[in-house]
Design a protein around this ligand. Structure first.
Ligand code: WTA
Length: 650
């Protein structure tokens, strides 16, 4: 705690702290009253009979009896207002091409594509998988799917064919929206090729993709199957600009979308978010985070394939009639100042990105930042991992020139939008570098020990959310039991986030990373068990254990300890093959940093791999209590293999 105590941020610009505390206390004293009021900021076809139905916990249902469609609040609402002529997206391709899309353009395009989807036979509650790069057709597809009452499942375009097929099969998606290929670091990524493999794999598992809609992004040749594949531009060009599709009235507790995320088993979880609850919570959080103003240019530098993009590139900004920047490419391509040139070009006022991106940009030196006029910036946000106080200071001083508050937002796929974050509005919360500060109004987090008791200030425990909130998930697609067990199994009736946290004397929350078998590699959430399952598919592998190793840029990187089957000799060739297996099963984001061959793994007597011991050895920590180990010599074996590995790297 010493380190934390030494960090109070000495700024005298925050006079309204008590006002925030009073407002927050009031908000959680009667959450139904609070959310009832918040939801009235939005447009509904029919309002609710009941704010919250708690009759079947933890399956809480929000705004019961209400009907709406998120398109009413992102698009239709802005017709006949000044916002209709405003820029919704400044899109910038990695190769330097750009597009400016107004709310009016977006409305037209979404109506056309909605009609095209209906004509292709997509019905309410069908699941549509979207596997697109960061191009405007991605938000257009999401809005069109939800407009007609279908459910989207967006799969990050960096995932492999196999990862895509798993998600298609789980969601039983018969329609897929994709693109030909797109540039990444100047090289084409052949998305459609992945799609072909994924469709074959899905078919083997009994799910046939019947229709594939292809957006032409690069124009490079692709496999195209007549009768199954459709060009996006040919579909939408069939309709006139005045075509109108009425947004389908959805029940508040219908599924808006599914988004797969990693957990503590090999199978990703399809997190289901609700129509009315997600909409209300995201609207509220976006407003709280950014104190958004009509003239703002907001840039979330993240991918729509993750929850950050769903909420802070698509639904959040559009519900506020805000202007969003959408950048397709890699952060430092073709030069280390790409991000800063985008801030300057579009006069970005609010920049939101991950600590990994900041660490990467910082390592090239301040001159790349200083080359550009960043004077339009007024707020800087961060998300996805704990931010190191020195990176926080760099962001504050070098990027923000000491005049922009840092909004560190803690949240997760399951929560819909940020849960713990300061509001820059009127300077409600004094900042401390490295702390996400305080909860949003309506949210009651806490830090508990293993027995469910609140930990004293400064003592590490598990982060929980004590009361339901509108952005909570409806459940896990097809697996209600897993939902109950994962989030409400550790503490009765309380949402368990899976993060370590500590509260300081002043009630500030400090997030300390995942408490389970989940890694955050460059901000991407990856399950160690997913990687282990991939490794043991290789015929030479008997057992595998993956842990996260601290990394100065990516936060952590995966390292795999592998036991080979008897008779198989370790070799560099085999290492390469194993790395390929992981890349092909999950995607390049999960590439192991190192593979170490060992003869045995540290295990408990019941056969559970002790990742804690493994991690301690590999990060040169203290191994701690090994009395529960089945075979204590496994520790020496690991040390030996690790030393050998380090020597081989010299
Ligand atoms: C981590 C990303 C510290 C955390 C929106 C959480 C953070 C996981 C922060 C969810 C933050 C997110 N400080 N840690 N500001 N924001 N995390 O589902 O471990 O991809 O559990 O959602 O990211 O990752 P996910």
């Amino acid at each position: 705690m010493g380190e934390i105590e030494n960090l109070p941020y000495k700024e005298k610009r925050y006079p309204y702290h008590n006002a925030y505390l009073d407002y927050w206390k009031k908000s959680i004293s009667n959450i139904e009253e609070f959310w009832d009021l918040k939801a009235r900021d939005l447009v509904w076809y029919k309002t609710w009979d009941n704010v919250l139905d708690s009759s079947n916990p933890p399956f809480y249902r929000w705004f019961v009896g209400a009907q709406t469609n998120i398109n009413l609040n992102t698009l239709d609402r802005w017709q006949n207002t000044l916002i209709f002529n405003k820029v919704a997206y400044y899109w910038e391709g990695e190769d330097g091409v750009s597009r400016v899309i107004t709310y009016r353009d977006l409305f037209k395009e979404v109506n056309k594509f909605s009609k095209a989807l209906i004509d292709l036979g997509v019905k309410e509650n069908d699941t549509v998988t979207i596997y697109l790069p960061m191009i405007p057709e991605l938000p257009i597809s999401m809005l069109s799917v939800t407009r007609i009452g279908a459910i989207h499942s967006v799969v990050f375009s960096g995932f492999s064919a196999e990862a895509l097929s798993t998600r298609i099969v789980d969601a039983k998606s018969k329609v897929l929206i994709t693109a030909d290929s797109y540039p990444r670091n100047g090289k084409p990524i052949e998305l459609k090729k992945n799609v072909e493999s994924a469709i074959k794999l899905a078919k083997d598992q009994g799910v046939e993709v019947e229709k594939v809609i292809v957006v032409k992004r690069s124009g490079l040749p692709i496999p195209f199957i007549e009768g199954r594949d459709y060009w996006y531009h040919e579909l939408v060009n069939k309709y006139s600009d005045s075509i109108y599709v009425k947004p389908v009235a959805r029940k508040s507790d219908d599924v808006l979308f599914i988004l797969y995320t990693s957990g503590t088993t090999g199978k990703p979880k399809g997190i289901m978010h609700s129509v009315g609850g997600y909409m209300t919570y995201v609207y509220h959080a976006f407003k709280w985070n950014w104190d958004i103003r009509p003239e703002d240019v907001h840039w979330t530098f993240a991918d729509v394939g993750w929850i950050t993009g769903h909420t802070y590139i698509v639904y959040g900004p559009l519900m506020h009639g805000a202007t969003e920047v959408m950048y397709e490419g890699a952060p430092v391509y073709p030069a280390p100042d790409r991000a800063w040139s985008i801030v300057e070009k579009y006069k970005v006022t609010i920049l939101y990105t991950s600590p990994t991106t900041l660490r990467l940009l910082r390592q090239y030196g301040d001159e790349f930042v200083n080359k550009h006029d960043l004077s339009t910036l007024r707020i800087l946000g961060t998300v996805g991992e704990p931010i190191n106080p020195d990176v926080w200071e760099w962001y504050f001083n070098v990027v923000g020139k000491g005049k922009c508050p840092i909004v560190d937002t803690w949240w997760m796929t399951e929560t819909s939008a940020s849960m713990i974050a300061p509001s820059p509005h009127l300077g409600l919360v004094p900042l401390k570098p490295g702390s996400a500060t305080y909860p949003l109004p309506g949210i009651e987090p806490d830090v508990l020990d293993d027995n469910g008791n609140q930990t004293p200030p400064g003592v590490k425990g598990y982060l929980v959310i004590k009361k339901p909130w509108p952005g909570m998930p409806l459940g896990i697609w097809g697996d209600p039991e897993r939902f109950v067990k994962t989030y409400f199994g550790k503490y009765q009736g309380i949402f368990y986030a899976g993060d370590y946290a500590v509260k300081d004397e002043e009630g500030y929350f400090w997030l300390l990373g995942r408490a389970d078998e989940v890694l955050k590699v460059a901000g991407h959430r990856i399950g160690t068990i997913e990687m282990e399952d991939a490794l043991i598919k290789h015929p030479s592998v008997a057992e595998a254990a993956v842990i996260g190793m601290p990394d100065p840029v990516k936060g952590e990187v995966p390292i795999a300890a592998v036991v080979l089957k008897s008779g198989v000799n370790p070799s560099n060739e085999l290492k390469k093959e194993l790395i390929e297996v992981v890349r092909n099963t999950i995607g390049p984001i999960a590439t192991p940093q190192a593979i170490i061959f060992v003869r045995k793994l540290p295990k408990t007597r019941s056969g559970k791999i002790m990742r804690r011991v493994l991690k301690a050895i590999l990060t040169n920590g203290i191994v701690g209590d090994t009395s529960t180990l089945e075979d204590p010599t496994s520790v020496d074996e690991l040390k030996r293999a690790w030393d050998e590995f380090k020597l081989s790297m010299k």
